[in-house]
Write a protein that binds this ligand. Structure first.
Ligand code: SF4
Length: 301
């Protein structure tokens, strides 16, 4: 938490409108205000950011982008809407393609007023955001402490963007493990996962309203193929992956006599969990130049 207080990383997105608040936000980085001297870093990568600043009203085109960036920020995260347009749609509110303020698509924690919002007000908003971040950090800690109350449920179509974002966060550690940033789970698009959702069973783990784990599978003859068991890094090593596997196995009907899964050859933790649940390696195949796929199976008992 000390790191947050000292140097929050920020990602900024202009959802539409006149661009005025966008310019004021960037003015905070200029030598006059120079927020970087306070440790505030403007990053282009949502996975590295703590605070998401949105300027402008949300319209039909930007709504999906706002949602997508939001879901990619790791927890805990804070959203700041900057300016009247971002708060309510402002003078663009009645426009045919305007959805409204930022809170019409994602939850907002801090509202900075103004048209345009002044840099001093934006910096003040960042200070408030830090307090919210600290509160959320404490709440997350208590969530991990009460993980026994996690819910394991079938995912719904509206959960898909959140599951995709979770997948991208969960697979980040594999980029270092395999020295490859182009792993398929990190490259998967929203459209691709939505197509998968239509033909597969998706399960989710929910803690305090947030999806922190997910798994998917489909039946092919007498075999159920299970894959992409993902758990938020904050909630790993607490039995969620193991429980997701056992829950999805239960969902398949009795005609399914065999379960099959795969993982990367260096993913020792996955191999350990699958083996604990009775899976055994039956083949290993090259998948990418950096990754061998280890296929595992078990018979239904
Ligand atoms: S609040 Fe005013 S300055 Fe900011 S984006 Fe809207 S119209 Fe432009």
């Amino acid at each position: 938490m000390l790191g947050f207080r000292k140097s929050p990383w920020i990602i900024h997105y202009d959802a539409s409108s006149c661009n005025g608040c966008d310019i004021e936000t960037l003015a905070c980085l200029t030598p006059l205000y120079d927020v970087e001297r306070l440790g505030v870093i403007n990053t282009g990568n949502p996975k590295h950011a703590d605070i998401f600043i949105v300027t402008g009203a949300v319209n039909e085109q930007s709504a999906e982008v706002v949602r997508n960036i939001y879901h990619q920020l790791p927890e805990p995260k804070v959203v700041m809407s900057v300016g009247i347009c971002a708060a309510s749609g402002g003078i663009f509110r009645e426009c045919y393609n305007v959805a409204g303020g930022v809170d019409s698509v994602i939850p907002v924690d801090v509202y900075v007023p103004g048209c345009a919002a002044r840099p001093e007000a934006i910096i003040d908003g960042v200070v408030q955001a830090l307090q919210v971040l600290e509160t959320k950090q404490r709440a997350m800690k208590s969530a991990t402490d009460s993980i026994d109350q996690a819910l394991y449920q079938r995912a719904e179509k509206r959960d898909v963007p959140e599951i995709l974002a979770l997948q991208k966060i969960a697979y980040q550690s594999d980029t270092e493990l395999y020295g490859d940033e182009g792993l398929p789970p990190l490259e998967q698009t929203l459209q691709e996962i939505q197509t998968e959702f239509d033909r597969m069973i998706f399960l989710k783990t929910v803690v305090n309203g947030k999806i922190v784990g997910s798994i998917r599978g489909y039946a092919d003859g007498a075999t159920a193929h299970i894959n992409r068991c993902v758990v938020h890094p904050y909630f790993q090593r607490r039995g969620i992956g193991r429980r997701l596997l056992t829950e999805i196995e239960k969902i398949f009907p009795p005609e399914i006599r065999r379960f099959e899964t795969f993982t990367g050859h260096k993913s020792k933790r996955n191999l350990f969990i699958y083996e604990k649940l009775g899976y055994q390696v039956f083949k290993t195949e090259p998948f990418l130049p950096t990754v061998q796929r280890v296929y595992m199976q078990k018979d239904r008992t």
